[in-house]
Structures are given as C-alpha cells and as structure tokens.
Design a protein around this ligand. Sequence first.
Ligand code: MF3
Ligand code: CO
Ligand code: CO
Length: 289
Amino acid sequence: MKIGRNDPCWCGSGRKYKTCHEALDERIKKYAAMGHVVPNHSMIKTPAQIEGIREAAKVNVAVLDYVAENIREGMSTQDIDDLVASKTKELGGICAPLGYEGYPKSVCTSLNEVVCHGIPSPKEILKSGDIINVDCTTIVNGFYADSSRMFLIGDVSPEKKRLVQVTKEAMELGLKEVRPWSFLGNMADAVNRHARANGYSVVKEIGGHGVGVDFHEDPWVGYYGSPGTQMLLVPGMMFTIEPMINMGKAAINTNAADGWRVTTKDKSPSAQWEIQVLVTEDGNEVISW
Ligand code: MF3
Ligand code: CO
Ligand code: CO
C-alpha cells in the first residue's frame, strides 16, 4: 500500500499526498516506532465524511432537545421511544438502534440502576425521583451521530442529582484531554479520577467507540488507564466519550431474559452522558450532544 508523494491523497480531497496527509502520516509513524498504539487510516475521517456526519448530528441533537422538552413524570419509556422515532423520521433520519444486532426499539432508556441499553416498555412509568439516560443514535445519508443525556424526573434526591452532575463533569474533564498527539489514556484517567474523587466507580466492561461512518468503529474507548498510554489521538479521529458511573460498586449484570439491559450488581444508581467528539488540528470539537 505504497502511495507516491504526487499521487492523490488517500483521504479523497483531490490534493496531492505530499500537500495533504503525508506530514500527518510521517508523524504517526514516529509514534508507532516509539511503541505507541496508533490509529490507521480507517479511523481518520475525511472532510467529506465529517460534513456528512454533521448532518446526522443536527438531527441527533434536535431529537434529544425534543425529548428534553417533552419528558415528564407519568410517561412510559415506550412513550420516549415513540417521541424519538417520530421526531427522527420527521427530520429525515433513521434510528440506528432499531434492528441493530436484534435490538427491538429505536432508543435506549436507562432508568436508575440501569447502566445502559435499557429497552423502552409501556409498563415502565417515569416517577418522581427517577434519573434516566436517553441514548439516541441517528443515521442520515448513511452517516451516524450518537449521543445521550440524563434527565431528572420530578423531585430527585440530592444524592442522585450529585451522581448525574459529577458524571457530566467527568465526561467534560475527559473531553478537555482530547487534543492531537495526546492519548486516550489521558482522557480515561481524567474521567476515572473525578469519579473516584467523588466516591463513585466507573463501569469497566463497556465503553465508547469510534463513530460516524458506522455505529461502532475502532477504537474502543474505556475510562481506565494512565496518561501517555492507549491510542494516540490525531486530527480527524472521531469517537464517543460515554462513561457510565455508579454510585456504588463498578460490577454489572446483563439481563439474561432480554440480552441487553445492563444494571449495577449492587442495584445502586448509575449515570451516563455521551458526546461525539472530533479531534481537530488544535484541540477538539463536540459534534453531537
Ligand atoms: N447508543 C449506544 C452507544 O452509545 C449503543 C446502543 S446499541 C443498541 O454506543 F442496540 F442498544 F441500541
Ligand atoms: Co449512544
Ligand atoms: Co455510543
């Protein structure tokens, strides 16, 4: 796979390789030679892909805004599914979860001790004091946007409010570590430290992921690790930061009956925020939230 300096760049810009991605590739090679884990070309979005993903993100954000306006006590999680399905369709998008590896609904709704992948149900009614994560993934013209938010229902206890707030802060502290020539380990460590400093634990088995051209791409994005380790970050990489933080212990269970719903083993509440982020030339840009 040798590309000449005067050949068109692999990114499809139409420019010569030597004036496009050659310098980036050379810099990545130096990190690889030092023993770092580095991304390959499939993990670096082209400008055309980024533009397509932005369109998906517009719909993704609008759908979550619509949920924010309408979510309330007394509603079922199936009602949330209906809101997401109808709004996504109205805006010209497709709900990626529906039919994904057999997933039966259009959105994930994860209530209280549910860590992630809660399946909406007409029997599950939101009540005062609940905290819930609504996780939407939207496809527009084949491009993907994936983000999630927490919602507080009615009067929520200070303890649960703090969990939701600290989880958001942890995600934001992780985001601050996203810049070119840093490492995923820097982001992971920032998230984990903030959770632990507040007496919480971070789910280990489930993480974020590359996203944009497909739903779940490489790299896998965890929240355990040290600065200077794990994958090198380079401009054009796009992935989610979506830590799941538990008030109690980190251990989780997956529901055997539905094969999806993940809960905390100790039944303690869990919170999650998810953003989709692009590594830019000088830092990062949040693509969807
Ligand atoms: N949106 C989830 C994520 O953030 C994935 C859900 S998979 C599904 O990666 F099938 F449950 F929708
Ligand atoms: Co998601
Ligand atoms: Co995701």
